[in-house]
Design a protein around this ligand. Structure first.
Ligand code: G3P
Length: 226
């Protein structure tokens, strides 16, 4: 499973990229507004830090303007994935950009029917929002299961399931069990994945026991080999 970070905070992106665990970045207009930076400059900087797909979302909702914005955004860097909403106009833009070889992430997907359309429109990624479905009492992970099953039934569908609106590690683990290709997560969820209280407890014990040996690994000579 690929890990994308869902943020426009460059410091966070740099920090997570340095771990070697980051495969891409997703942004949206809300995250860009929070960053308070010039959109194009920020996306260009993110694309220099992360070589994998970096999603940059169009702002318009009509076909002509979305297409023009998508073409503009795609010129920022080769790893830009243009993000378009899952509307009839957005799907039309997806097809047009995909035909030109641009990666498209179709976002705001809330049903399996919508995900089928995204695949047929040639999307590189479809973004079903699990957390927002859970928020209204629906089954976000159930949607991931449905989409993965459908896509697996049609090898001609090359669209990757990009699990979005992820709120906790359970969303990530369950999506991975279902075979979703990508999870995009806020930085805090990526960090939560590493934590387990027994890891912390076990490590404290090992550190304490090692101290009792009075040894230093780096001070010890390696065996000589002929
Ligand atoms: O970027 C799309 C998605 O991940 C947004 O998540 O938490 O605003 O529902 P959220």
């Amino acid at each position: 499973m690929k890990f994308f970070v869902d943020t426009a905070d460059l410091a966070e992106i740099r920090d997570l990229a340095a771990t070697g665990l980051l495969d891409g970045v997703t942004t949206n207009p809300s995250l860009i507004a929070k960053a308070g930076r010039n959109f194009i400059d920020l996306v260009a900087e993110i694309c220099e830090v992360v070589s994998g797909p970096v999603s940059a979302e169009v702002a318009a909702t009509d076909y002509e303007t979305m297409l023009a914005e998508g073409k503009h955004l795609s010129k920022i860097a080769p790893n830009v994935a243009v993000k378009v909403p899952l509307t009839p106009a957005g799907l039309k833009v997806c097809r047009a950009l995909a035909n030109e070889g641009t990666m498209v992430n179709v976002t705001l997907c809330f049903s399996a029917a919508q995900a089928i359309l995204a695949a047929k429109a040639g999307a590189a990624f479809v973004s079903p929002f699990v957390g927002r479905l859970d928020d209204i009492g629906q089954n976000g992970l159930g949607l991931i299961q449905e989409i993965v099953e459908i896509y697996n039934a049609y090898p001609a569908f090359t669209t990757e399931v990009l699990v979005a609106s992820v709120r906790n590690p359970i969303h990530v683990v369950e999506s991975a069990r279902m075979g979703a290709h990508v999870a995009t997560m806020p930085p805090n969820v990526i960090r939560q994945l590493a934590h387990h209280p027994l890891t912390d407890k076990g490590l404290s014990q090992f550190v304490a026991d090692w101290a009792k040996t009075g040894q230093s690994i780096l001070d010890q000579k390696l065996p000589v080999r002929d």
